[in-house]
Design a protein around this ligand. Structure first.
Ligand SMILES: O=S(=O)(c1cccs1)N(Cc1ccc(F)cc1)Cc1ncn[nH]1
Ligand SMILES: [Mn+2]
Ligand SMILES: [Mn+2]
Ligand SMILES: [Mn+2]
Length: 371
């Protein structure tokens, strides 16, 4: 019997199932001892006052995005198979996301391009038009899905394998992300949190073809704070111990994401770019290129500062835009985010959750039965 009456594939907007706007609360974790007092009735009253003052802090937006994230990802986990084209996997995910989040311009829909990075590539790959790549059974696939509701972005990712070779790598990264979630908290220093993540990651090794590889945290990838319509809020949670004294603060949203590798433990930008985003601090330079002017207008209208990919430009009717897009990148108006890859032949894995630092507790809003 269907649990929620949702269709298969999932295409019914979530407001049909939560008409009162009370979307499921994520996993609530208590803060560590020195912040234990936060679960007091005084803090609870404070949180209720906040919710009355500003509907945004009822967290309904991020919780709707997270519920859409869970339903879409659990559907793709069920149906994905080696032999499927990356483009079809991307469309399956994005069609579901748009339907459940009830896409409506910039008010709701896809939060950023669907990451489908394979093997030694860790992040920021999604197919461009004409991509013919097909999933293979020996692939290790990172699926990174973004859902946004009123600019609140649920950024969460997981790793899929179809044969057991890299199971220990995947376990290492899942454990490291759990450590990051557990140790995160108000007033926690980012550099210290990085050390805890590194310690968990480096306690694993993986044996491939009789050779033992230590699992390395990817030292130049990181988690990040998230603001409304801004996937990178300015704070980074690195994966190796460092002396960044910056603290996590009450009310912040964080993407806690970790990446492990059997290679160098370092990514380089590699391959054709698909991911772009208008910079939040984009300079107002006079654009001489007419095509760049009209493309920027389309980007502002359709994406604002949310990341997009070439397929999304195709979808909103743009064509022959590459010269204009590269001009906007070169002018510092649009940031390009090329695929981030470790050395060929290595293997990488990722897990990511979105975490709310509420006054009374930490809420792992993207938690599901799957991860
Ligand atoms: O690597 S990031 O650029 C970054 C990490 C720390 C500071 S900025 N990036 C943010 C982002 C950039 C472009 C996107 F299309 C989507 C997200 C992390 C990330 N990628 C996927 N999920 N999370
Ligand atoms: Mn992500
Ligand atoms: Mn992220
Ligand atoms: Mn307080």
């Amino acid at each position: 019997k269907k649990k929620s009456g949702q269709s298969d594939p999932p295409r019914i907007g979530l407001s049909k199932f939560f008409p009162d706007g009370n979307y499921p609360v994520g996993e609530e974790q208590e803060y560590a001892d020195d912040n234990r007092w936060r679960t007091t009735s005084e803090e609870k009253r404070y949180e209720e006052k906040l919710a009355l003052e500003d509907p945004e802090t009822t967290y309904a937006n991020i919780r709707k995005a997270a519920e859409a994230h869970r339903v879409v990802r659990q559907h793709v986990q069920k149906w994905i198979k080696p032999g499927m084209a990356m483009t079809d996997i991307a469309n399956m995910i994005e069609d579901g996301t748009r339907a459940l989040a009830e896409e409506n311009g910039l008010d709701a829909g896809v939060g950023f391009p669907t990451g489908l990075s394979l093997n030694h590539c860790a992040a920021h790959y999604t197919p461009n038009a004409g991509d013919t790549i097909v999933l293979k059974k020996e692939d290790v696939l990172k699926i990174d899905i973004g859902v946004q509701v009123n600019g609140r972005i649920c950024d969460s990712a997981f790793t899929l394998n179809f044969e057991p070779t890299y199971v220990r790598l995947i376990e290492a990264v899942k454990a490291a992300t759990e450590t990051g979630v557990k140790e995160a908290g108000i007033d926690v220093r980012l550099g210290e949190l990085a050390g805890y993540i590194q310690e968990t990651m480096e306690s694993y090794e993986v044996e491939v073809g009789g050779k033992v590889f230590p699992v390395k945290p990817i030292e130049n990838l990181s988690g990040h704070s998230i603001n409304r319509y801004q996937i990178h809020g300015g704070k980074s949670v690195c994966l190796v111990k460092n002396d960044d004294e910056t603290k996590m603060e009450e009310g912040e949203y964080f993407a806690i994401e970790t990446f492990g590798s059997t290679g160098r433990g370092r990514i380089i930008e590699s391959g054709e770019c698909s991911h772009y985003a208008k910079r939040v601090d984009a300079p107002h330079v006079p654009l001489r290129l007419t095509s760049a002017k009209s493309l920027l207008k389309s980007i502002n209208k359709n994406f604002g500062t949310l990341p997009f990919c070439r397929r999304y430009l195709d979808r909103v009717g743009e064509s022959k835009y590459l010269l204009a897009l590269n001009h906007l990148v070169q002018q510092g108006i649009v940031q390009d985010y090329p695929p981030l890859c470790d050395e060929p032949g290595s293997m990488t894995a990722q897990f990511e959750h979105t975490l709310l630092l509420r006054p009374t507790c930490k809420e792992v809003v993207s938690r599901g039965v799957d991860y």
